[in-house]
Design a protein around this ligand. Structure first.
Ligand code: DOR
Ligand code: ZN
Length: 435
């Protein structure tokens, strides 16, 4: 045994003292006592699985001044996220095998945490699906246009999902229907306008389009934001999974801020009623995962007038810490949080991660539940340099391990660019993660 980390683990709803033994980056044993070449005792601190964020928008390639794989993954690491999945609306968008392989090479060289890379499905690249499927971490379909990418016309959705079905590749859907959105075009000056211009009805319409294709491709509805969207998903088939974001759970369009553009995001922040409905769904287990939708834009861009400011906000570093604080405040249980941030994301991505169990990757965060602090953009690591969660309570990990290697120690970064690897689905042996 190379390393043993001794501390409290959370098992069957309770904390117990245990040693996690690690060999070759994998958990080799979990026992009351273990001997190993090196031994780290974290005392009463808690050992939790590293978080898995299935939804980030690092801006690499195309916009390194907003974020690249190095800065984005550093932010992830300090926030206890040991695996990220990058969305394809970069510049250029990830729509072909050479572009996918190029992005994988860049991430391999720069990322400090493990990563998967999605490919986009657009009107023009349906024929590339068979070549992309074995090599990408999943597909992304925008049913409504978004930053740097147009929408897939909904009549092509069934065709796309049918082409993807034999490859069994999960397809992530941005569920805002473009045609529906076009009925609400017009000027907008604030968050309420933005919500009116991209109403929940268009989320509901997009979800109905997905359901009506009746194709058994595994589909994930990203960032569910509204009560209407939730209602559309009642009794959805098990092939469909659902994600929610910290911003839709913790904020709404009634927020009073000196920087309303910071809160502009697609899908928009909704009403307090919507916020409460998705919160309830999340705590009750009607939602599969938490996803940050980390979308860094520069302050210069966000400082433009409301109608011109881009949509999206950073969040990969604050997601796990915000929710650990909410667990401490008993707003939700730790078991539920670990399901949302670690276990279900690992299941969806088909990864041997997300649980502290023998034979899984030793991605471990060390948490001191007494270390409640307040978020400050100054101490975050995204290149964009701002957060909508300023001053909110959070618990940041005191140490982070990626496959048994320590990458974060308090405020100090120990990992280096390239410590992250491209992940490979366990159920697709033929898959070539690395380019
Ligand atoms: O608000 C958003 N920002 N929604 C998206 O779908 C994309 C994201 C971005 O990449 O900026
Ligand atoms: Zn997104």
């Amino acid at each position: 045994m190379e390393l043993c980390i001794e501390g409290k683990i959370f098992r069957n709803g309770a904390f117990e003292s245990a040693c996690i033994g690690i060999t070759n980056g994998k958990i080799a044993a979990i026992k009351k006592t273990l001997t190993a070449d090196s031994h780290l005792n974290v005392g009463s601190r808690v050992l939790l699985p590293g978080g898995i964020d299935l939804h980030v928008h690092f801006r690499d390639p195309g916009n390194p001044k907003k974020e690249d794989f190095q800065t984005g993954s550093t932010a992830a690491a300090f926030g206890g996220i040991t695996t990220i999945f990058d969305m394809p609306n970069t510049s250029p968008p990830t729509t072909s095998l050479p572009l996918l392989q190029e992005k994988q090479r860049t991430a391999n060289a720069r990322s400090l945490v493990d990563f998967g890379i999605y490919a986009a499905v657009t009107e023009d690249n349906l024929r590339h699906i068979p070549a992309l499927a074995p090599r990408c971490a999943g597909f992304k379909i925008f049913l409504g246009s978004s930053t740097n990418i147009g929408s897939l016309p909904s009549p092509l959705l069934k065709q796309a999902l049918e082409a993807i079905r034999p490859t069994k590749t999960r397809t992530f859907i941005h569920a805002e229907d473009e045609r529906c959105l076009s009925h609400y075009a017009g000027p907008e000056e604030n968050l309420m306008d933005h919500n009116r211009r991209r109403p929940a009805r268009c989320e509901e319409t997009a979800i109905h389009s997905v359901l009506s294709t009746d194709v058994e491709t595994p589909v994930h509805i990203c960032h569910l934001s509204s009560q209407d969207g939730l209602a559309a998903l009642t009794q959805h088939p098990s092939s469909i999974t659902v994600g929610v974001t910290p911003h839709h759970l913790l904020l709404d369009a009634a927020v009073d801020s000196r920087h309303p553009t910071w809160y502009k995001v697609n899908p928009p922040l909704r009403s307090p009623v919507d916020r409460e409905a998705i919160w309830t769904a999340m705590t009750q287990g009607d939602v599969d995962i938490l996803e940050s939708d980390h979308a860094p834009h520069t302050l210069d861009e966000k400082d433009m007038e409301f109608g011109k400011a881009p949509s999206g906000m950073p969040g990969v570093e604050t997601m796990y810490p915000l929710f650990l604080a909410l667990v401490k405040q008993e707003r939700l249980g730790l078991a539920r949080l670990l399901s949302l941030l670690c276990e279900r994301p690992a299941d969806l991505a088909g990864l041997p991660k997300g649980r502290l169990e023998v034979n899984r990757d030793a991605d471990i965060v060390v948490v001191d539940f007494k270390a409640l602090t307040r978020i400050s953009a100054e101490r975050l690591h995204s290149r964009c340099g701002w957060t909508v969660f300023e001053d909110r309570q959070a618990i940041f990990p005191s140490a982070v391990f990626l496959r048994g290697e320590q990458i974060v120690d308090g405020m100090q970064l120990l990992g280096s660019p390239g410590s992250g690897c491209c992940v490979t689905r366990q159920d697709q042996d033929s898959k070539e993660g690395d380019a």
